[in-house]
Each structure stands twice: as structure tokens, then as C-alpha cells.
Design a protein around this ligand. Sequence first.
Ligand code: RFL
Ligand code: PHB
Length: 388
Amino acid sequence: MRTQVAIIGGGPSGLILSQLLMRAGIATVVLERQSREHVLGRIRAGVLERGTVELLRRAGVSARLDREGILHEGTNLSTVNGMFRVDFRARIGEVVTVYGQTEVTRDLYAAQDALGATIVDEAADVALHDLDTDAPFVTWRKDGAEHRIEADYIAGCDGFHGPSRQAIPAAKRTEYERVYPFGWLGVLSRTRPAAGELIYANHPRGFALASMRNPQLSRYYVQVPLTDRVEDWSDAAFWDELRRRLPPEVAEGMETGPAIEKSIAPLRSFVTEPMRWGRLFLAGDAAHIVPPTGAKGLNLAASDVHYLSEALIAAFGGDRAVLDHYSDRALNRIWGAMRFSWWMTSILHRFPGQTDFDQKIQEAELYQLETLESAQAAMARNYTGLPY
Ligand code: RFL
Ligand code: PHB
């Protein structure tokens, strides 16, 4: 088999890239380790920047998003001293769209099917070969048979645990990492959201977040120690803990119900540089991870794919120089989001061993955000999306 771009990973990065390339007349093959059912069962991000929405429009997959996405003009922050709101629209004239990653992925699969895309699911033992030559290829196993595909370029869109990043020799990459000493326990429930917009809560018992997917579907998180397991948390224990950490006026009227999904995600900041080696290009979680506090993971995957699709389309049009700038262009924006996600994480969580001094600094940061329009404008700019 032969194609122009072999894409490893059928998550949002891989599917958006395939969609944009196919619409530009470039042939792709997507190799995904899991079944489609598994990929569509994952509950992840929920907040889209304008740039992400525009990219999905350009990819021709925004009909349902444009209909069902909920515009949020601001967000709430809750502290020991009460709750305040940062008004994105008033500060910088921007908004975000609430629409789940699961729905984005579902729309992408439907659009790819309509274009007749080749998406191989349940591809086992995917391996990348000869990346620093002009004839790279990928091998995998499916239904007991060995397969091989040659490509002009390979896109590593296989998330944090995929093989693409590891295919770059260790001596050729630099990794930057911070692991946070806590995780988020998340619950999805068929209940009315607690508030009209998100609430990020700094509380002495730990961080909490009230989010949503639609008017009937809520998504909540509480900070938990890394030693906790999902089985340790009954639904009742989760709701009790969440209620304690949200503002009383919100907790009082909050609807609760059975958890449809419950999982614990560790928090990490990670970047590998450069995002290219020979004919391999990394995009999305394969190259970087942010803690979810800034809602940037999916949005960074989208901006990477924006830069990468532009570069590949230019290369197939005869201008290969653009490929040389992909990594730097993407990383510039990635580090901006890294800083923001780290900062949001730092000001909102309880850290083991946090001193009274650390505590006072957190309070001062949040007070600035409450009272300084310039601080709110900076947060609004970062949260709604740095420019491409
Ligand atoms: P994905 O979504 O991880 O997709 C990668 C795809 O590659 C496949 N794959 C392989 N395919 C072939 N061969 C292999 N050997 C492979 N190994 C892996 C995987 O099955 C998968 O389908 O990466 P992508 O496309 O770059 O998209 C990035 C986003 O998914 C990610 O940034 C966000 O979801 C991060 N994230 C969250 N971001 C937020 O903004 N808000 C959140 O609430 C939020 N929650 C989360 C998250 C990420 C999580 N992960 C990765 C553990 C919750 C979780 C649990
Ligand atoms: C979510 O709805 O899952 C969500 C929203 C905002 C975040 C993280 C997760 O910062």
C-alpha cells in the first residue's frame, strides 16, 4: 500500500488532519489502535477556542457544532472570599464554545466516512520505519496479518503513549516535564449543570470544577491525591465532596444523579522538542501534555494541525520550505498555553506541603484577577485562545 500522508492515531489530531488534507486533494491513511466504539466512548475536553471552531468549520465538520455548541462569554472563579466572574466578551470581545471532544470526534468520523477516508481501526503493533530517509513506511498487524504502507510523510497523532514520539532517537529530542502531585476525579452525569457558566473553585479541601456538555449533561471534577482509585469514590461521596468545594449558593440547588462515567486523570505538563524528525511530524498529545485546568489540550491539538496541514499542503504544492517552520510555529503557541495551564493549576489547587506564604500568594493572585481589568484581560486572552 502507498499513500501521501500516513497518520498514526484516530483521535482529534489525526482525524482533523486527515479531513483537511483530503479536502485539499491529498491522500491519507489513518491507523488507529482502538476500535471506533472505544474512541467514541472517551470523555475528555469540553471547551473550544474560536480558532478551534474556525478550523472545524474549514474542515467542513461544524454543522452540529454550530447548532448545538453553547457560547460562554465568561467564567466564574470561586475563592474562600466568594465567587467572581471574568467577562471575556467585555474584556477582549471573545467567547468560547462548550461542545464535547466526544462530539467533535463523532462529527469527524462521520465526515471522514462521507469522504471515503481509509481509517484502519484495531491496528496492532504500529511501527514507524526509515523516517530520516525519503522512503519512510509504517507497519502494523490486523486480523493476524502483517501490513505495510509507504508514504511521503508520516504524522504522529497518537497521543502521549503512542509510538511516534519514541520513534525519534532520544539524542535528537529534548523533553521538558512537570508532574503535579494530584489528579482530577471526573464525573459525567445526566443532570442540569449547576450554573450557566463554568466554575473553577479554589477551596481549602482542594480544587473543584463545575462544567457541562449541554443543558442536560454535567461534567464535574474534584482534585484528589494520586493514591486515590476510582473504586474508592462512590457517587454519594463524590457529590458530598463537590458540594463542599463549590460556593454554598451553587451547591444548595445543584442537581445530582448517577455517574455515567467516572475516571481519574493525573496532571502533567510535558513538551518534546523539536516536533519533527526527518519525514515524521508530531501533533497534539504525542508532542505535549497540559494539565486540564486551562482547557487547552484539545485546542493545542487543533492549532498544531492548523500549522501542519498548511505546511503539508504547501509541500505537496511544491513549497517544502514551510515544513521546516512547522515545529517552531507550533511550539511558540504551545509554550504560551503551557504557561497558562501551569499558572491556572498553580493558583487553583492545594499542593501537598503548601505553606501559609504559598496560600497568601494564591489569594493575592486571585484578588488581582477579581479586581484588575488588565489581569482579567490577560486571562481572557489566554483562556479564549492565543492568536495563531
Ligand atoms: P488523543 O485524543 O490521545 O488521540 C490519540 C489517538 O492515538 C491512538 N493511539 C494509537 N494508534 C495507533 N497505534 C498506536 N500504538 C496508538 N497509540 C495510541 C489512541 O487510541 C487515540 O485514539 O490525542 P490527540 O488527537 O492529540 O488529541 C488530544 C486531546 O485528546 C487531549 O489533549 C485532551 O483530551 C486532553 N484532555 C483534556 N483536555 C482538556 O482540554 N480538557 C479536559 O477535560 C481533558 N480531559 C484529557 C482529559 C486527556 C485525557 N487523557 C489523554 C488521558 C482526560 C483524559 C483522560
Ligand atoms: C470539561 O468540561 O471537561 C472541562 C472544562 C474546562 C476545563 C477542563 C475540563 O478546564
